[in-house]
Write a protein that binds this ligand. Structure first.
Ligand SMILES: [Zn+2]
Length: 480
């Protein structure tokens, strides 16, 4: 079976056939950096991170572009209220997003272009649309996309022109006085500068100074980094309309093939309703990470299929943490038993269980893939008790290989203890104690040997003797 993905444009699962054999080019809409990251942003990032990891594990060379929208109405308004330059506001939150992606193990994109670094490309695309009769200029230099000039408009979201909701997005409103668009569905490619705008937030165009509308940047940046036609365009479900419909209209009206397949990740719900801004800070990544380790949030966001709503409660996080701790605990015990850990090359070249591969190829069905992971966890734990080293090794490689695809490999996360530095230090101290005990035993000095053992037990450390030497673990690690 090859990878099938649900294409939102055709509303059907389709086999992914890369335009260039062996290579997949993906564009994902990134953050508008007007505020800090919340769990909804991270859900989308994690969904596409799993896609990229699975494509790479399947032997494909992936180019991922995820843009940063660093100029828009909200950034201008909020920065003005805060009394700081708009770029300072944008960069502050761009850094917060980067920190959140890193904390959750989201791999960096191949390219992460900022809108303001691509104004020339946007103006060129806009000029092309004006020349081809798909865009027009009004007022002091507002430029509009002419929806009626493009019969395909509405195709991405399966809407007939008469059913479309008017483009009343804040980003699509005219700024200039007396600037009237021809049709209610026309949307802004470019907004003429207003007297109240900072002088630094406008760029020259043949039609006057102004700044880009939101949709234009993605068409321009996708073309620059991925070419006129590329494999997959992704984003959150709420971007389908109008943002993605408009992106596609701009690029196709300019003569480009644009995305061949569209993927949309569902949002996070609370009490069955879409997460809303009124929930305040509780769902900001920074505040969640004060309550639980980052890997627990990563697990919770990964465990649900990307097209299913993720119903979030604080318990979601605790359950995820408990489950991940069991997985990490097995990897830790297996590594101790084998006396070595495998490097990533070994993890990424060991065969994956067929059930896992089939589940991932089925539109990234992570819940089914995790069922296979848990089967292997159960088998691995049994083998730790009565299997051979070879059997344990095969299980730990399979388990780590699967978890690596999901961005959850315990070794890369620093092990079950989370505090890898503290754990390494503790291990060194306990090993010194165990060496002293081994020497005492070799000299038949049972009093000293027992004293070491008692001292460790008093500190909550249990020692088990095995044919390969003494192993230690913390008392609370003895469950399951
Ligand atoms: Zn976009």
């Amino acid at each position: 079976m090859t990878l099938h993905l649900f294409d939102t444009a055709t509303r059907a699962a389709r086999a992914l056939v890369p335009l260039t054999p062996g290579q997949v080019r993906v564009y994902v809409c990134g953050a508008t950096v007007q505020g800090g990251p919340h769990i909804g942003h991270m859900r989308m990032a994690v969904a596409f991170d799993v896609l990229v990891r699975w494509l790479r594990r399947s032997g494909l060379d992936v180019t991922l572009v995820r843009n940063v929208t660093d100029i828009d109405d909200k950034i201008l308004t909020k920065s003005a209220e805060a009394g700081v330059p708009w770029w300072a506001w944008a960069q502050r939150f761009e850094r917060e997003f980067t920190a959140a992606y890193d904390a959750l193990g989201v791999l960096p994109p191949t390219y992460e272009p900022r809108a303001t670094g691509h104004v020339t490309e946007m103006v060129e695309l806009m000029e092309r649309l004006v020349e081809r009769g798909h865009a027009y200029v009004t007022g002091a230099g507002d430029v509009w996309f002419d929806v009626r000039s493009f019969p395909e408009y509405g195709a991405l979201t399966n809407q007939r022109p008469e059913d479309l909701t008017p483009a009343d997005d804040e980003a699509d409103q005219p700024d200039g006085e007396g600037s009237v668009k021809r049709h209610p569905h026309d949307f802004a490619l470019w907004k003429a500068t207003k007297p109240s705008d900072p002088a630094t937030a406008s760029w020259p165009t043949p039609y006057g100074r102004g700044r880009p509308g939101w949709h234009l940047e993605c068409s321009a940046m996708a073309e620059k980094y991925l070419g006129e036609t590329f494999d997959i365009h992704g984003g959150g479900l709420d971007l389908r309309f109008p943002h993605h419909e408009n992106e596609q209209a701009q690029s196709r009206a300019a003569g480009h093939g644009f995305a061949q397949l569209w993927m949309h990740s569902a949002w996070v719900t609370q009490g069955g309703a879409k997460m809303s801004k009124s929930l305040g800070n509780s769902l900001m990544v920074a505040s969640i990470l004060e309550q639980a380790p980052a890997v627990a949030l990563r697990y919770a966001l990964t465990a649900v299929q990307y097209r299913s709503m993720l119903e979030y409660t604080p318990e979601t996080l605790h359950e995820a943490e408990a489950t991940w701790t069991r997985l990490a605990g097995f990897v830790e015990r297996a590594t101790e038993r084998l006396g070595r850990s495998h490097d990533l090359d070994a993890v990424r070249t060991a065969p994956l269980p067929a059930g896992f591969t089939a589940a991932m190829d089925d539109d990234l069905n992570v819940p089914a893939a995790l069922a296979v992971v848990h089967e292997h966890l159960r088998r691995g734990n049994t083998l730790l008790a009565d299997g051979s080293d070879e059997q344990v090794e095969a299980e730990v490689l399979a388990l780590r290989g699967m978890l690596d695809v999901l961005g959850l490999d315990p070794v890369q996360w620093g092990g079950a203890g989370q505090g890898s530095l503290a754990e390494t230090a503790l291990d060194a101290l306990v090993r010194a104690e165990l060496d002293a005990r081994a020497r005492a035993r070799a000299e038949k000095d049972w009093t000293t040997a027992d004293a070491v053992r008692d001292r460790l037990a008093g500190a909550g450390i249990v020692v088990e003797d095995s044919p390969t030497g003494a192993r230690w673990s913390l008392v609370h690690d003895q469950e399951d």
